[in-house]
Every structure is written in structure tokens, then in C-alpha cells.
Ligand binder design. Structure first.
Ligand SMILES: C=CC1=C(C)c2cc3[nH]c(cc4nc(cc5[nH]c(cc1n2)c(C)c5CCC(=O)O)C(CCC(=O)O)=C4C)c(C)c3C=C
Ligand SMILES: [Fe+2]
Ligand SMILES: [Fe+2]
Length: 311
């Protein structure tokens, strides 16, 4: 029996020339911009016109490549060591696309497509799964695919988060710090139409709180805020920019939407918001790493795969 695991993520530019392709593919996704064609293509053009140079500058500061690429490749190598399947990754908006990986795995007996999104959203999980399955259909192998909608309730995934928070705290007293879970934002409109993302984020926070309590780690205060707002629409609130104003002198931010570090974590949270934090009088501002190749996260992915095998 030949099995393949395919980790599915959003992607990020592999070099500065790919920034435009990344944004173009993202904003032409009907799950990201809800408007019908040709209005969607027009909106996409407009956003790219306004955003391309800012985005390029952000990626230049990160070394000309999205951090998502390296962290994903490393995760693939680490997972490969503990499973009886060949591990691949594919990206929704940048190379390697679903079609590139489907070509490699088409002769496998079973294909386990695991989203790198722990929370369900139509804009991320559904978009990736639908794209992967539709591509598999064109190769007549869609019946081989098993997938999962969300796993924010997985114990080992939550333990990985607590590991990262502890690493960020180092030997300092948790009671002196405020912990803020930063989630990637989404327009309020998408949520009002029934998207599960915010519900899953808030439930995830409760799972982490439970694990923190079990490990006897108590923070001064625990909060949730939303980052990465783009455009004039109303997004999920509170916005991270506003939340930072309310905080005390010692803060740990945990990037809860992500399983691997990317431009939103190492760029926006680490490089951009640190400036705002200084301005608002935060003296000790720390950002936790995403799970990446954390031991407990590898166990989580392995357990998701093993459970899917039984289905
Ligand atoms: C309408 C716009 C966007 C929606 C909706 C959205 C949802 C969403 N995105 C992620 C995860 C990531 N987003 C990343 C980058 C990014 N996202 C948007 C816009 C929307 N995201 C933009 C314009 C960008 C590019 C960066 C910028 O110009 O500011 C990334 C990082 C990719 C990388 O290169 O490292 C991730 C990851 C989630 C989880 C989500 C909804 C749940
Ligand atoms: Fe995004
Ligand atoms: Fe952003």
C-alpha cells in the first residue's frame, strides 16, 4: 500500500517576482473576494495596484522570500521521519500548486490531504480542499483522497502552542505578562454569512487556556485580537492595533491562526507591531513562534493521519 500525505497551505512568494502572482491568485479566489466575475478581477486589479509595492517591501525585509516556504519544507522533512507515507506540500497561491503535486501522487493508493489551517474557514480550508479535489478529479483520482476540516481541538496541537508560549516566557514569571492571541482577520461580512472561523478561534483559545491551567501557568490577563486587516471593510474586532493601546508593560503575542511562521507573524507581528508596541509604552514585547516543527505538533499531524487512515 503506497500512501502520500499532502500538507496544504496558502503559500507565499518564493522570490520577489512571485509577489504579484501570489496576490493575483489570492484576490482572484472566489472564496477570498466574494464578488462574481468580472467584478472580482477588477477588485483584484485595484487591490494589487495599491498593495504590490508595500507587499514587495515587506517581503524584501524578510529576505526576499516568504518564511512560510522554509518552515513548510522543514516540517515536511520532520514529519517524513515518523510516518509510513511519503510527505509532500502544496500551496494554494504559489508554486508548488495542487496540479504539480497531484502529478507526483496520482499513482499512490491513498492520499491524505491535511490543511495547515487548524480552524475551518471557507477562505482558507474550503478553498484549499476544493481546489485540490477538483484538480484530483481531472486526473480521476479524487476517490483516493481523505481530508480533515479542522483540528484546533487536537490535544497535541494545543500542547505545541503551550510549548511555544513557555519558550517565549523563558524563566520569567507568567503572572507579570498579558498573553494576547493574535488571529488573522476576516471581514465581518464573511462571518455573518456563517463562516466558522471566529467560533473555532475562540474555542481554540479555551483549549489552550485549559492546557495552561493544567500546567499551572497563569497570566495576568488573556485576550484575543485580530491582525492583517486589508481594505476599508469592517473586519473582525478588536483590531490588534487597538488592543496594543490597552496593554500593560509586558506582553506575549501568540499567532493562533497559523501552524507555520509566515509574513504575517515574522513580518507584521515581529517587525511592524513592535514599533506600535514601543509607541504605546510596552517595554517587553515578545512574539511566540508558530508550532512549525515542534515535537508535539509533529505528533498532532501524525495522529490526524493515523485517524484518517481508520476512516
Ligand atoms: C481579503 C483578504 C484576505 C483574507 C480574507 C485572508 C484570510 C486569511 N489569510 C490567512 C493566512 C495568511 N494570509 C497571509 C497573507 C495575506 N493575506 C492577505 C489577505 C487576506 N487574507 C494578504 C493581502 C496577504 C499578503 C500579505 C500582505 O500584503 O499583507 C499569509 C502569509 C503568506 C506569506 O507570504 O507568508 C498567511 C499565512 C488566514 C488564516 C485567513 C483566514 C482565516
Ligand atoms: Fe491572509
Ligand atoms: Fe498583514
Amino acid at each position: 500500500m503506497k500512501r502520500a500525505i499532502v500538507l496544504m497551505n496558502m503559500g507565499g512568494p518564493n522570490n520577489l517576482n512571485e509577489v504579484e502572482v501570489f496576490l493575483k491568485n489570492m484576490f482572484n479566489d472566489k472564496y477570498i473576494i466574494g464578488a462574481p466575475q468580472p467584478i472580482r478581477a477588477l477588485i483584484a486589479k485595484l487591490i494589487i495596484f495599491r498593495r504590490l509595492n508595500i507587499a514587495k517591501e515587506n517581503y524584501r525585509e524578510l529576505g526576499g522570500i516568504s518564511p512560510i516556504v522554509g518552515y513548510t519544507k522543514r516540517l515536511v522533512r520532520r514529519l517524513q521521519k515518523v510516518v509510513d507515507a511519503d510527505v509532500f506540500y502544496e500551496m494554494r497561491y504559489t508554486f508548488p500548486f495542487a496540479k504539480d503535486i497531484i502529478k507526483k501522487v496520482k499513482d499512490y493508493d491513498e492520499i491524505y490531504a491535511i490543511p495547515m489551517y487548524p480552524h475551518h474557514s471557507r477562505t482558507t480550508t474550503l478553498s484549499s480542499i476544493e481546489d485540490f479535489i477538483s484538480c484530483a478529479k481531472s486526473f480521476k483520482i479524487d476517490h483516493k483522497i481523505k481530508t480533515i476540516d479542522y483540528y484546533y481541538d487536537n490535544l497535541f496541537y494545543n500542547k505545541a502552542i503551550v510549548d511555544r508560549i513557555k519558550e517565549t516566557l523563558k524563566d520569567d514569571r507568567s503572572e507579570d505578562f498579558e498573553l494576547v492571541f493574535s488571529a488573522h482577520g476576516l471581514t465581518q461580512r464573511v462571518i455573518d454569512k456563517g463562516d466558522l472561523y471566529q467560533k473555532h478561534i475562540l474555542e481554540n483559545v479555551e483549549f489552550v487556556k485549559k492546557e495552561l491551567k493544567l500546567q499551572n501557568i497563569n497570566f495576568k490577563k488573556i485576550d484575543v485580537a485580530y491582525q492583517s486587516r486589508v481594505g476599508p471593510m469592517k473586519w473582525l474586532q478588536p483590531y490588534m492595533e487597538d488592543k496594543l493601546k490597552e496593554l500593560g508593560e509586558k506582553v506575549i503575542i501568540y499567532p493562533i491562526s497559523f501552524t507555520v511562521d509566515n509574513s504575517e507573524t515574522l513580518g507584521e507581528l515581529v517587525l511592524e507591531y513592535v514599533e506600535l508596541a514601543k509607541e504605546y509604552g510596552i517595554k517587553d514585547y515578545r512574539v511566540a513562534k508558530a508550532p512549525n516543527s515542534n515535537r508535539n505538533f509533529i505528533i498532532a499531524l501524525k495522529s490526524i493521519y493515523e485517524n484518517l487512515k481508520l476512516k
